[in-house]
Design a protein around this ligand. Structure first.
Ligand SMILES: [Zn+2]
Length: 71
């Protein structure tokens, strides 16, 4: 995730911390796949290389797949 101009007030390690925290908040807010597709419409596609929304939905799918294998 590339910081925008507004984040230049932060030192690089502060930007890193802010990025980690906001990614976690964003991922925690996602309700389901439909909601995730709405949220990811807000992504700045050219710079959102490691999309936290996509990553979260992939992890949830893996968790679901793992759960069905175990039962
Ligand atoms: Zn994204």
């Amino acid at each position: 995730m590339m910081p925008g101009n507004a984040l230049k007030i932060f030192a690089s390690e502060e930007q890193e911390t802010l990025s980690k925290l906001t990614n976690r908040v964003l991922r925690g807010m996602l309700r389901n796949e439909q909601h995730a597709s709405i949220v990811s419409c807000l992504c700045d596609q050219p710079i959102c290389k490691d999309c936290p929304v996509e990553a979260e939905m992939m992890e949830r799918k893996d968790d679901l797949a793992g759960a069905t294998v175990e039962t």
